[in-house]
Write a protein that binds this ligand. Structure first.
Ligand code: CAA
Length: 289
C-alpha cells in the first residue's frame, strides 16, 4: 500500500552491487522502477550483473517468474561505472563496504551530481548516518535505509532518521518502501539500530560457543532451528551475512560502548584475515559449492 501523500519516485540509483546492492537493485526493478547501478570498475559491474542474473534465474527455475519477465526486469536495470548517470535519480541508495571514509567520499561526490530534490540513502548496518550525512551539502536529504539479507526476501527495512533528516524525506521513503511490499520501521541513529543490536550479541555468542568447542557447528545451528524456530542457525546465518561484514558490525558496536557481548569473538577475525568470508567466498563456518 503506497502512502497517498508520498512523492512519486520512478528512478532509483544504487551504488555498490555486492550482495546487498544487487539485492536492493533487484527489489526496485521487480517493482517497476528504472534502476541505475553504479560500480567502481568493469569487473565489479560484471559481478553485479552475474548476481542479478543468478538471483532472478533462481525465481525462473522455481517458476515464480517467466524468462520474459526476467528479461524485462533486467532490462530496467542499467549498470555503469559512471556516477554522473545518477543525475536523473529520485532516490540514491548507497550500499558499498562498511567504511565510513568510503561512504563519506561517495556522499561528497554526489553533491555535484544529483538533483536538488533527490533523496540520498545509505544502507549502512552500523555506521553513523549523521556522520555520513555531514559529507553532503544537504544533510537534511540524507537518511538510512537498512535492508536485510537476502534483500529480495526479507520484508524488514529499518529507516534511520538523523536529527536533521527532513520530515518529508522520511515520509517519502516510508511511502516508497511500503510500495515495495516492505515493512519499514523507524529508529534513531545508534550503531546496530534495532535488529542488529538484538541479533549480533546472539550471533557472537554462538561463535564463542563454537570456538570454545562446546558444541559442533551443526548442533549449535540445529538447536536454534529446531528448538527456537529460527529459519537458519547462527553460524549458517553469519555465512550468509558475510563474516567480514559481521566482524565490522560487531567491532563498530563494541567501539560505541556496548557490552562485552559485542566484542568480536577472536576466531571471527582469524576467518576474515584468512579470506574465509562465508557464502560469498565459498567457505566460512561451512563450505559451499
Ligand atoms: N536472493 C534472492 N532470493 C532468495 C535468496 C537470495 N539470496 N535466498 C533465498 N531466496 C528465496 C528463494 O528463491 C525462495 O523464494 P520463493 O519462496 O519465491 O521460491 C525463498 O527465498 C526461500 O528460499 P529457499 O526455499 O531456498 O530456502 P529457505 O526457505 O531456507 O529460505 C532464507 C532461505 C530466506 C535465507 C531463510 O533461511 C531466512 O530467512 N534466513 C534468515 C535470514 C536472516 O535472518 N536475514 C537477516 C540477516 S541480518 C542482516 O541482513 C542485517 C545486517 O546488517 C547484516
Amino acid at each position: 500500500m503506497t502512502d497517498e501523500t508520498a512523492r512519486e519516485f520512478s528512478t532509483v540509483g544504487v551504488i555498490g552491487l555486492g550482495t546487498m546492492g544487487a539485492g536492493i537493485a533487484e527489489v526496485f526493478a521487480r517493482n517497476g522502477y528504472t534502476v541505475i547501478g553504479v560500480e567502481l570498475n568493469d569487473g565489479a559491474v560484471e559481478r553485479g550483473h552475474q548476481h542479478l542474473e543468478h538471483s532472478t534465474g533462481r525465481a525462473v527455475k522455481r517458476e515464480k517468474m517467466t524468462a520474459e519477465q526476467q528479461a524485462e526486469l533486467l532490462g530496467r536495470i542499467t549498470l555503469t561505472t559512471d556516477m554522473k548517470a545518477l543525475a536523473v535519480a529520485d532516490l540514491v541508495v548507497e550500499a558499498v563496504v562498511e567504511s565510513l571514509e568510503v561512504k563519506k567520499s561517495i556522499f561528497r561526490l554526489l553533491d555535484g551530481i544529483v538533483r536538488d530534490d533527490a533523496v540520498l540513502a545509505t544502507n549502512t548496518s552500523s555506521l553513523s548516518v549523521t556522520e555520513i550525512s555531514t559529507a553532503n551539502s544537504k544533510p537534511g536529504r540524507v537518511i538510512g535505509v537498512h535492508f536485510f539479507n537476502p534483500a529480495p526476501v526479507q520484508n524488514l527495512v529499518e529507516i534511520i532518521r538523523t536529527v536533521v533528516t527532513e520530515p518529508s524525506v522520511l515520509e517519502d521513503v516510508q511511502g516508497v518502501l511500503r510500495g515495495l511490499g516492505k515493512n519499514p520501521v523507524v529508529c534513531g541513529d545508534k550503531a546496530g539500530f534495532i535488529a542488529n543490536t538484538l541479533l549480533f550479541g546472539y550471533l557472537n555468542h554462538a561463535v564463542s560457543m563454537y570456538e570454545g568447542k562446546y558444541a559442533s557447528r551443526e548442533d549449535i545451528d540445529a538447536a536454534m532451528r529446531f528448538g527456537c524456530g529460527y529459519p537458519m542457525g547462527p553460524l549458517a546465518l553469519l555465512d550468509l551475512i558475510g563474516l567480514d561484514t559481521a566482524y565490522e558490525i560487531l567491532d563498530t558496536m563494541y567501539k560505541q560502548g556496548r557490552d562485552r557481548l559485542h566484542a568480536p569473538a577472536p576466531i571471527l577475525k582469524q576467518y576474515v584475515t584468512a579470506g574465509l568470508l562465508g557464502r560469498k567466498s565459498g567457505r566460512g563456518f561451512y563450505t559451499y559449492e
